[in-house]
Write a protein that binds this ligand. Structure first.
Ligand code: ATP
Ligand code: MG
Length: 218
């Protein structure tokens, strides 16, 4: 395994999410982190399917995996991992990060990339001490979430856990999967909010409601 490239340690970004569906907010955030921190690759990790309903029924893992593959296919530095989809039982980010840590050993610096909303609720995640010491973190801005609060939580995380956590200003895209699902359900356009191949996949599989089905084959 190559350890050092041009005298630099390899850096890899991990972008976790439900990706139901993946959209340009995710892709822009991942690419901004890759460029800013000189990462070699970004690995997208679609979450496992939660055992019970929360606010809504999350789509099948296979559909979310395939949409993530379609969305990332044009970027040589983007990869998709099935690790959470193949794990038995509920999946937690801390387990995923520990698995990646073991896989890469000390050859690589790992960065977990999150949007502001995810960072703001990170203290509710499983096993916070191990989570926050398993790798470095990138906390990206997201429209609708206060920058002051984001900076505040970054400081708290640094002070409490000594985590390497970095602020990342991302070109603002007020896109969410929730909004996309609602648009499909109510027959409103989702064009330009996500890659066209993902839009086609949603139509082909009739995800999130019926109205989109008519989009394909005229
Ligand atoms: P949902 O509305 O279903 O919660 P979502 O759009 O928030 O979907 P997730 O899959 O929950 O997407 O998010 C995965 C990660 O991507 C999270 O860390 C989240 O903060 C980040 N993220 C999602 N959308 C954006 C965006 N528009 N800008 C910046 N970060 C984003
Ligand atoms: Mg979300």
């Amino acid at each position: 395994m190559k350890v050092i490239k041009d005298n630099k340690i390899r850096r890899i970004g991990i972008m976790g999410g439900t990706f139901d569906p993946i959209h340009y907010g995710h892709l822009v955030t991942a690419e901004a982190a890759r460029a800013e921190f000189d990462m070699e690759d970004i690995i997208f990790v679609p979450s496992g399917r939660p055992p019970h309903k929360h606010e809504y029924e999350v789509s099948e893992g296979e559909d979310r995996y395939l949409m993530t593959v379609l969305a990332t296919i044009t970027n040589l530095n983007f990869q998709v991992s099935r690790t959470e989809l193949e794990r038995e039982g509920p999946t937690y980010t801390v387990d995923t990060l520990i698995d990646f840590r073991k896989k890469y050993k000390d050859d690589v610096e790992l960065y977990f990339i999150t949007g502001a909303d995810a960072i703001l609720e990170i203290f509710t995640w499983k096993d916070v001490p191990n989570l926050l010491s398993s790798c470095s973190f990138v906390a990206a801005t997201r429209p609708g979430y206060s920058r002051e609060k984001l900076n505040g939580i970054i400081d708290t995380i640094r002070e409490r856990y000594g985590t390497n956590i970095y602020y990342l200003n991302v070109p603002a895209l007020a896109i969410s999967s929730t909004d996309i699902r609602e648009r499909v359900r109510s027959g409103r356009p989702i064009k330009y909010l996500l890659p066209e191949a993902v839009e086609d996949y949603i139509a082909k599989k009739g995800l999130y409601g019926e109205p989109m089905r008519t989009r394909l084959n005229g």
